[in-house]
Design a protein around this ligand. Sequence first.
Ligand SMILES: [Zn+2]
Length: 277
Amino acid sequence: MPELPEVETVRASLEPAVVGRRFERVEIADPRLTRPLDPMEVAAELDGEVVESLARRGKYLVFRFRSGRALLIHLRMTGSLGHHRNGTLAADPHRRAVVRLDDGSDVTYRDVRRFGTWLLLEPGEDAPYLTERLGEEPLEAGFTTQALAERLSGRRAPVKAAILDQRAAAGMGNIYADEALWRARIHPLTPAGELSRPEIRRLHRGIKEALRAGIERQGTTLRDYRTPSGVRGSMQGELRVYGRDDEPCLRCGTPIAKTRIAGRGTWYCPTCQPPPA
Ligand SMILES: [Zn+2]
């Protein structure tokens, strides 16, 4: 599933292709993308919108239009966006939507498992929608140690589960949560509300460092994820702990262990990340 670094890579890659461009013709082929709204109606509403900016909040891509409306795209499991310059598209059974831009190029949306969503919001609706669902952006100034401490305070859930909550750290997912906890030397089962101040400081830094490393390498491609130009990310070769069961810890050499927390595969170093007392 694309997490913050993957969505940010998509945003940065697509931004120069779409900002200032008009949506000339929008085709949405999959009713699941826009439900409960009719995809034909949403497509008709999008026709003629001019892109003011392309932002990211958590794992949402946010197309803001000059009209004040916003289109929120969530890629979920296997969604991806592409940009095709000359407008000649090869057939693709998994393509769910095509936006023809006013320079003749196409933005395509492909989704094998079809969990992705497109939500068109009226002016003023996007900020409350996003604020309700998401905490601070981990790479922006508002994400302080104090803010993280407040989000985790009183939580009895394992810290791994707590930081997957999008209100704790917007955009976190399974891969970067494990990477952040390894960097912070915190066992993933530690109750979130019991972290000491130094541990929260390490976690805060670990989250930021893990996400920045992912962005620098254009994200992690384990299976489906590609950038809009079709390139694979390269973070999968740089992961410190995620998916490395039985391989030596890069810090101490202990074989990496795997467990399940909140239903998610979880990797950690039993030595560097000692279990909670
Ligand atoms: Zn270790």
